[in-house]
Design a protein around this ligand. Structure first.
Ligand code: F0G
Length: 447
């Protein structure tokens, strides 16, 4: 229970720890990121991953039904009475032989993790169920976030379910319509800033500090605890085996940070005997991580990250008035707040970073639609990244790979419709214009 968990600064020179009854989004002593840590000896953690799956038989209990709280001992920071669940995490790991064949992989080795099947249509709900449970635990009344769209949709939904006020900050013209429609529909106060996501992220932190709002961006360490469960569900779906690779799009780098923490903890607890490799895929128009890791050779370095390199890059962005641009609007981010934790995850999982351009993202998205259930553009960066890593022979056709499809296909119909109608790539499938005439319609269909 609560005394089994605490918050700890990730900066080894600080290392300060705090109770989970408090709410910060940065270490109050040094301003670095915070982790949730556990005294595992005070928690009755099941001995095997398969023990969690037994809760499938008690699906009438809401916490057992939740694909997040089914693993509750592994995110044990909150009493059951404060937990909020709306059935998040009922997501699917699809073995996709058609796409595997197309990419030249062994047919049975490619898996797509459909996080778009969550209540608000993206992986964010995994994190929100955890963070809103913490918000309830500490008695928060109002919530806020900056967003490229999906966070705002998920925060607005959970805030409405929990009866919290909600303010979301979005960059004007920067978010897909499906996501904007959700925030408005769920009743959030939607603030459109004349700027990009990074501008919104700066503003929301100041507003939260000044007005005491509960922040739900992935700076919030409780949110990342929920996102760990995406990895637990993949292991469960693979009959308790760990894949060779996890491929994930990288934006603000919350997911990749959470995944690294998940595997570090499972290893520490003896619940897995191997760690997968992590491939993080940036959009070429928002490739801060790729640049810092591959060009500047930035590493975790036992927590002593060379921030001079990072600050030089960000100062350069400011001087050039650089703003990121990609059709994958969800990952249109140039100053990822979880950079340090992500570097740690890259080390834990012997990770690798790549960038893919918008044409490759759109083609990959069309392929996920053609062979699977579809996904939004940012999600398809994972499949485009997989293709690149197969071409580079870093991922082998016989490796078992899970690509995380982070958001639902209907989040951003504009990119999809434009791709097909304007024949933007080889998988375009445009509608055919035909007169309102039976014989002409039959002629076209039989052609
Ligand atoms: N995919 C989708 C569909 C997203 O919405 C996001 C992030 C990412 C990938 C990147 O994940 O930040 O954990 O690296 N969307 C945030 C938002 C930033 O505001 O909705 P990350």
């Amino acid at each position: 229970m609560t005394d089994a968990a605490y918050q700890q600064c990730i900066n080894p020179a600080c290392n300060a720890s705090f109770s989970c009854q408090e709410s910060f989004f940065k270490c109050p002593k040094c301003g670095d990121l915070l982790d949730i840590r556990y005294n595992w000896d005070k928690i009755a953690v099941p001995k095997k991953m398969s023990d969690f799956a037994k809760r499938w038989t008690t699906r009438n209990i809401p916490l057992d039904y939740s694909g997040v709280w089914r693993f509750r001992e592994l995110l044990n920071f909150c009493d059951d009475k404060h937990k909020v669940t709306i059935g998040e995490g009922q997501t699917l790991l699809q073995q996709n032989c058609g796409l595997a064949n197309h990419l030249g992989m062994k047919a049975e080795n490619l898996f797509l993790q459909y996080e778009g099947l969550n209540p608000s249509g993206s992986f964010k709900d995994n994190g929100m169920t955890a963070a809103f449970s913490h918000a309830r635990m500490i008695g928060a009344k109002s919530s806020a976030c900056a967003s490229t769209g999906n966070t705002s949709a998920a925060v607005a939904l959970y805030a409405a379910m929990c009866g919290l006020k909600c303010v979301v900050f979005i960059g004007s013209g920067r978010i897909a319509f499906g996501k904007l429609s959700q925030a408005m529909d769920y009743g959030a106060t939607t603030i459109q800033i004349a700027g990009d996501f990074d501008d919104c992220m700066r503003q929301v932190q100041d507003v939260c500090t000044q007005m005491g709002l509960y922040l739900l961006n992935s700076l919030n360490p409780f949110r990342l605890e929920g996102q760990k469960t995406i990895m637990f569900r993949i292991i469960e779906a693979l009959n308790f085996e760990v894949p060779d690779w996890i491929v994930v799009p990288g934006g603000n780098l919350g997911n990749s940070s959470a995944f690294g923490k998940a595997f570090a903890e499972l290893k520490e607890l003896g619940l897995i005997n191997k760690t997968p490799r992590l491939a993080i895929i940036n959009a070429a128009g928002a490739n801060t991580l790729d640049y810092l890791v591959n060009t500047k050779k930035l590493t975790w370095n036992n927590g002593n990250v060379d921030m001079q390199v990072v600050n030089d890059l960000y100062n350069d962005f400011t001087a050039k008035k650089f703003s990121p641009h990609t059709c994958a609007s969800a990952i249109e981010i140039s100053r990822p707040v979880n950079l340090k934790k992500c570097l740690r995850a890259l080390e834990t999982c012997n990770g690798i970073v790549r960038s893919v351009d918008d044409d490759k993202i759109k083609d990959a998205k069309a392929l996920v639609g053609k062979f699977g259930f579809g996904c939004e553009p940012a999600s398809a960066a994972s499949v485009a990244g997989l293709k690149l890593l197969l071409d580079e022979k870093i991922i082998s056709p016989s490796d078992r790979v899970a690509c995380i499809l982070t958001g639902h296909a209907l989040k951003d119909p504009n990119v999809t419709v434009n791709y097909h109608k304007e024949k933007q790539g080889p998988y375009a499938n445009p509608p055919i214009e035909v007169a309102n005439d039976l014989s002409k319609i039959v002629q076209i269909i039989s052609a």
